[in-house]
Design a binder for this molecule. Structure first.
Ligand SMILES: [Zn+2]
Ligand SMILES: [Zn+2]
Length: 184
């Protein structure tokens, strides 16, 4: 549950003052907000402070205010195969009902703080769900050379190394053809 202590000046805190409490009243907003810190998984996330574009609809319902929205956000991360920096964008949608009263709400539900609500948790949850655990710079990224570590996309075509397999080296003369006398 949202603690009853929202800062009205915090960028992700939105006032529902204009909406009133009459069910059916609706209001649309377009907002550009700075991305909060620490939204991401290991290899990719939202750069802190980046512009997030939100289109939201606030709708008064019996129990509270229903927020339905989409957010477009830049992403920055690292290719899981070749470790190149990746920058991309994603669009997520979210919906959250903010209850007027804790009595109507369950443990995990969100609450209004007077006329204020905080969009950040809903945005955060929606983004984290869409992030790939193994982001790639391109679908056919072939990663790094297992011998020398060069990024294969930057290497000469057919990049490779002359490697003599240790097992073959053994077979080339070191092991007798017939070693049936294994008595000890
Ligand atoms: Zn890559
Ligand atoms: Zn190599």
């Amino acid at each position: 549950m949202t603690p009853h202590s929202l800062d009205p000046r915090a960028p992700w805190v939105v006032s529902t003052h204009d909406l009133g409490r009459r069910p059916g009243t609706m209001r649309r907003m377009h907002l550009t907000l700075p991305a909060p810190a620490d939204i991401g998984v290991d290899m990719i996330g939202v750069p802190r402070g980046a512009d997030v574009e939100l289109d939201i609809r606030l709708e008064a319902v019996m129990e509270g205010v229903l927020v339905t929205g989409t957010a477009q956000t830049p992403l920055r991360g690292e290719c899981a195969r070749c470790l190149e920096e990746i920058t991309s964008e994603t669009e997520v949608s979210f919906q959250e009902l903010f209850f007027y009263s804790a009595e109507d709400a369950a443990e995990d539900d969100s609450l209004l703080d007077g006329e204020l609500l905080d969009l950040e948790p809903a945005f955060r949850d929606a983004v984290v769900l869409t992030l790939p655990l193994s982001p790639v710079c391109s679908d056919d990224c072939s990663g790094l050379c297992s011998e020398c570590g060069i990024r294969l996309a930057d290497a000469e075509p057919g990049h490779g190394h002359e490697v003599i397999d240790a097992r073959w080296a053994k077979l080339q003369g070191l092991v007798p053809e017939h070693n049936n006398d294994q008595e000890s």
